[in-house]
Ligand binder design. Sequence first.
Ligand code: PEP
Ligand code: MG
Length: 876
Amino acid sequence: MEQKYVYLFSEGNATMRNLLGGKGANLAEMTNLGIPVPQGFTITTEACTKYYDDGEVIADTIIQQITEALKKTEEITGKKFGDKNNPLLVSVRSGARVSMPGMMDTILNLGLNDESVQGLAALTGNERFAYDSYRRFIQMFSDVAIGIEKRNFENILDSVKESKGIEYDTDLTAEDLKEIVIKFKKLYLKEMGTEFPQDPRQQLMEAVKAVFSSWNNPRAIVYRRLNDIPSSWGTAVNVQSMVFGNMGDNSGTGVAFTRDPATGEKKIFGEYLINAQGEDVVAGIRTPQPISKLEQDLPECYKQFMEIAQNLESHYKDMQDMEFTIEQGKLYFLQTRNGKRTAPAALKIAVSLVEEGVLTKEEALLKVEPKQLDSLLHPAFDPEELKKSSAIAKGLPASPGAACGKIYFTAQDAKAHHEKGEKVILVRLETSPEDIEGMVAAEGILTVRGGMTSHAAVVARGMGTCCVAGCGSLKVNEEEKSFSVDGKMYKEGDYISLDGSTGNVYGGAIKTVAPEITGYFGTFMAWADEVRALKVRTNADTPRDAEQAVGFGAEGIGLCRTEHMFFDEDRIPVVREMIVSESEEQRRKALEKLLPMQREDFVGIYKAMQDRPVTIRFLDPPLHEFLPNEEADVRALAEEMSLRYEDLKATVESLHEFNPMMGHRGCRLTVSYPEIAEMQTRAVIEAAIKVKEEMAYNIVPEIMIPLVGEIKELKYVKDIVVKTANEIIENEGVDLQYKVGTMIEIPRACLTADEIAKEAEFFSFGTNDLTQMTFGFSRDDSGKFLNDYYEKNIYEFDPFQKLDQNGVGKLVEMASTLGRKTREDIKIGICGEHGGDPASVEFFHNTGLNYVSCSPFRVPLARLAAAQSQLKNPRK
Ligand code: PEP
Ligand code: MG
């Protein structure tokens, strides 16, 4: 039988999300539930995949199936495509498995042409409305499906308004609109060399093609990379018959949530516009009314709306985000989906739904995106500094959190300055999907127009970025890249601060402080901890970070990078002294100076971690990070070491490496200079003895040797550690256990992990180096070219952020299996950046690792990701 690529809404259901996309599956489900939905059909994600497989053409069988579905839609609605008397008009929208703001905008009113526009006029008795719809359609179709810039159409509109002395679009007459339609079509002809397509079927096929193509536009690719969405999913296309919210004062359109998406409070939250089409609400061009006002305007519709909204929430067991249109007093639902929400709202909703008996704890755990927890932990303003500041303007509190940065007025500028290391605030009249990269780069987003459901508000909330929207008192001059408010001007590069929880905008910079965490967070995270099998540790190099991480639920330190302890201003000279020493004696002198500092470092860390395990990684400095480069530094060091400047300069030059990341670092340093490992062992063991005696904590230090690729190399270093440690323990006459393990971060270590496990008492995967060496490209330099790979769909994501499961992951699996063959109960963890990436955490869970270790702020995220992994794939 021929494969089915097109489904009427009445043929699908909510379980068919992968095939029909989220929007399509929900439209089908609502149809089944008997909710009033304008009927239509969904072209499947498989049709999209086939479109790409076939070289970006829509296959004949798909065209045929679309034509049949269209015919059935005509029968259901009693209207006809392109008809002079009773035309069927449709909207065309993309709809992937998960909602993706990077993709194609909606096209409305498709099916209008020179004839059907008359049909629409006759049908509605409103010629002005018909021609207004037609001119909107030409503009939208040309912009979205064909790529003729919207600005060109807006210029025509403005010039007609000017010539007629008209200020508002609403003052244009039917005759004016007819004139605009003629001019728009002329523009199309000039740009495209062909007439504006009059055949609605041709319009539809162009629109379907545009949706499929938008799956691979740069914005969508960026969005997919940020959200772990594979390109193989493809997008569905929804073709839905139009209903009109702009047919007078008993019509309207709106967007609503069943709970407050900012706080999670249980109350209908939404906005609508009387006598308007959907794009007016979403684009934020007119400021909408709160949904409660609908009760006065159209009480019957309000009542019906509230009932259906409640039913939808109960049905989906989650907060719903719904779009609706009222056409001459009749209510239609155009869409429903699980609504995007802030992190605090996500937690409150999850906990409330369990308390309300709607969800089990396990189901609730799966409702929160681990990445969202990150934003929960983001800063707020320092209250003292805030007291001294007064707001220069107030907009809508669209997405909470505090942000401070330099203002930029285009997404490109925001992105470019972010890449230079600046904290940036993106200021826009309103945002649209092409701003996504600038929005991602920004600490905060400020818009002049638009409500709580505008693009800026919805996208910022989804990303957990602070946003103030609809701040109408700002006068933005886009050309000059500035805004003024109350007579004061703020130019590109000036600092402002935003409070996304109150909507306040402040001139100048306000210090931010770490956030406070609510009871919902504690309750929810406790549920996650009950469930998960994978332990979560942290990467921390200071007592402060360690304490922070314990507060976030870290169960130990998985990586303490000792070289990070050496970056202090007063330590760098001593470390340099050690590095450039030409004799063991000289080096021992420098190490003597470092010993007490290191010991105190470890005392602080043990105290912060109490009885929790602490893994201390021995020195692993890529030398270039420490060598003196400036002449003044070399001179100062020469003086300190009583050396001739020229001699020291020559030494520094001789230490220069072409590829420091593959150079004299990790355990290779100890092989050359065993006294370094001696000093570090001494510091680790002496500090442990001290804290154990003082605080009675059960400390079992875990000493980790980095960059091992050969068993003999590990044995050489381990022997030094064991000899030094045992001597101290014996001399002190104390009882102290310790472990010596290794990082697995070189492919050869993975290949020979069975041998390495003979010496190593634990493994910790250093997936940063392992990724670097498996791919053979540098951690430091790959950023320069990986973008080309994303654009060309060669890589879909940055393998330094998300583990490459097919390649690096195989090495991790292999090394774990080999290691356990030799040492059955060997503890295995991972401490590369991937320990804080949800998809990678799931992989490590599935691989049977004991723990992941990540930066303090990502600990909650990893705890939740670990719990979700266990729920999806339980292990004992
Ligand atoms: C690693 O390589 O993954 C690792 C954790 O070590 P570093 O990033 O310090 O090289
Ligand atoms: Mg490493």
